[in-house]
Ligand binder design. Sequence first.
Ligand SMILES: [Zn+2]
Length: 181
Amino acid sequence: MGLIESLSTENRQRLEAIATEKRNILGFKAYEPLPAEILAEHFQATIFTAETVPNTESEQVKILCNSDNWSAGIISQKPLLIVYNSRHTPARKQSNLMHEFAHIILNHKMVCYDPKTEPPQRRQQDEDEAVFLGGCLQIPRRGLLWAKQKQMNLSQVAVHFNASEEMVRFRGNVNGIFFDC
Ligand SMILES: [Zn+2]
């Protein structure tokens, strides 16, 4: 996650504000974990694994099921269908889905989904913004400050927000808030 320099300070503040607004609309306080399933409901999204996704040729499914090289992807925007990699941990699943919802929130241009080819390439700027906004949705800056005040350590913060420790470290780094291991 080396995108700290790639996004301007203004852009990062904008994304943090978008996450705060979205959480407000959904009735979640900054310190409350926001499950990706709540966002799925909000956006009326149907979530699949590679194993359960409909209308995919079995060869494609086999490739997806046996690969760690993809996280999640939007198959269709209307209706909103998202597929995620069930080989990843529950914490990764959460951030992978947050990332896809971030693309939706930011109205990023859809890229074609074809598992037979290389993973779809979005604009790098869009990718960086989705990574950043996904992180803000999962662990808002004010949630980090709350956890710091509670003297939580890294793994406690991760468990609280259904996030990976890597994500907590990333969010801490970009906000200058550091947790003991
Ligand atoms: Zn993306």
